[in-house]
Ligand binder design. Structure first.
Ligand code: DAT
Ligand code: MG
Length: 165
């Protein structure tokens, strides 16, 4: 099935200068990048992204981590598109727990567990099609993607925004 998936290079990945290595590993999939940008993660977006983990003991630390409290206050967000994109990317990322991830996987090679018990696993990748849709819509606007990944509606709604002076 042709599908799209959201990738985040997390703040620890950026701090460790792993962007090039991670993109090279992901290029093995032969998938297409249909969106890419640097994002300063707001508290709202962090909470929305990880809302399924809200009741877990490591949640507050996880929010601080993804907002860059411990590394750099940014993530690189990408959307990869193509045949079986979700599983191809997840396979290269490896298991959630970096100690359990295969050492050749991205998380196995570069991740660690902090003394507070948070998995700093350098990369996020959508786990299934429902997560991918929710996450891509959370991180990207339709006009930031090269293809129309999901149906869009036209709007004349005014939103306060900035333009170059
Ligand atoms: P994944 O990122 O593999 O989809 P997830 O959605 O279950 O995994 O969890 C999101 C992030 O939360 C994960 O990348 C790292 C952190 N995390 C998950 N389970 C954890 C645990 N048991 N202890 C510490 N951090 C955890
Ligand atoms: Mg997940």
């Amino acid at each position: 099935m042709v599908e799209q998936t959201l990738i985040l290079i997390k703040p620890d990945g950026l701090k460790k200068s792993l962007t090039g290595n991670i993109l090279t590993r992901l290029s093995e999939t032969k998938l297409e990048i249909i969106g890419a940008k640097m994002v300063k993660v707001s508290w709202q977006r962090a909470n929305e992204h990880y809302r399924h983990l809200k009741d877990l003991p490591f949640y507050d630390e996880l929010i601080k981590y993804i907002m860059g409290e411990y590394h750099k206050k940014k993530v690189m967000a990408l959307v990869y598109w193509g045949e079986n994109a979700i599983s191809k990317v997840r396979d290269i990322c490896g298991k959630t727990n970096p100690e359990e991830a295969e050492s050749v996987s991205i998380r196995g090679a570069y991740g660690r567990i902090t003394t507070k018990g948070v998995y700093e696993n350098v990369i996020h990748a959508s786990a299934n099609t429902e997560d991918a849709e929710r996450e891509i819509k959370l991180w990207f606007a339709p006009d930031e993607l090269i293809i129309e990944a999901y149906p869009v509606v036209e709007t004349t709604e005014r939103v306060k925004t900035e333009k170059w002076k």
